[in-house]
Design a protein around this ligand. Structure first.
Ligand SMILES: CC(C)(COP(=O)(O)OP(=O)(O)OC[C@H]1O[C@@H](n2cnc3c(N)ncnc32)[C@H](O)[C@@H]1OP(=O)(O)O)[C@@H](O)C(=O)NCCC(=O)NCCS
Length: 190
């Protein structure tokens, strides 16, 4: 994926948000909010968001840390407050995905509860989709009972395609959802 260069270090490379859309990568800040590539220095924020969003189902710190070593794993984060209060930026949302061939698997998506409902989840996901190769297929698993997330993904063009019985360790089913870019483009042009 070409949206952000690999190897960016620290919190210096930002993608400013313009009118709800993401402009090409540049170095300026935009009203304290920025979407950018996640780096190892974001691990504490990611762990915090993960725990707030998933409680007992949160990934372990070491499993999250390993993602930074995998060449196929990418993380986008959304910072809030940078530049407004003088405080260092703090990630309030993140998206972890794995790229394998033509497929993108969404592994984790979380927005701090206090920041939910402000379009941050949509920005993270839309940025990934619009900046990626349009032939790609995007898949994810979501808990059957997670109505909020299922509504969110449907709104962003994902469809239910299968049920994975007793997928989670507590016995809950997972719904496999998929978005194929060509289908979305075709539908929108009919
Ligand atoms: C799912 C999640 C990532 C959405 O992020 P968000 O920033 O709150 O979502 P947005 O503000 O971009 O919402 C976009 C649209 O999705 C839908 N939506 C989002 N959350 C919803 C909810 N809880 N219930 C119903 N619809 C919801 C709405 O239609 C919303 O549009 P609207 O605000 O105009 O009505 C976030 O709620 C979250 O982190 N949840 C906990 C973790 C989780 O369940 N992750 C997904 C696991 S697979």
């Amino acid at each position: 994926m070409a949206l952000l260069p690999g190897g960016s270090v620290g919190r210096t490379l930002f993608v400013p948000l313009v009118g709800g859309r993401v402009s090409p990568l540049s170095r300026w800040r935009c009203k304290g909010r920025a979407l950018r590539r996640g780096v190892l220095g974001d691990l504490d924020d990611i762990v915090r968001i993960e725990r707030l969003c998933f409680a007992d189902g949160a990934w372990k710190v070491e499993d999250l840390e390993k993602q930074f070593d995998y060449s196929f794993a990418k993380i986008l984060v959304f910072d809030d407050s940078f530049g407004e209060s003088g405080e260092p930026p703090s990630a309030v949302g993140f998206l972890l995905f794995w790229e394998t061939g033509d497929e993108v698997q969404l592994m984790r998506l979380g927005v701090e509860p206090h920041f939910q409902g402000q379009g941050i989840g949509s920005m993270l996901l839309n940025h990934l989709v619009t900046e990626s190769d349009r032939r790609r297929t995007y898949t994810l698993e979501v808990r059957e009972s997670n109505d909020g997330a299922r509504t969110f993904y449907r709104r962003l063009g994902f469809n239910d395609i299968a049920v994975r019985q007793r997928y989670y360790s507590d016995g809950e089913n997972a719904i496999l959802m998929q978005r194929r870019i060509e289908e979305v483009v075709e539908k929108s042009t009919v």
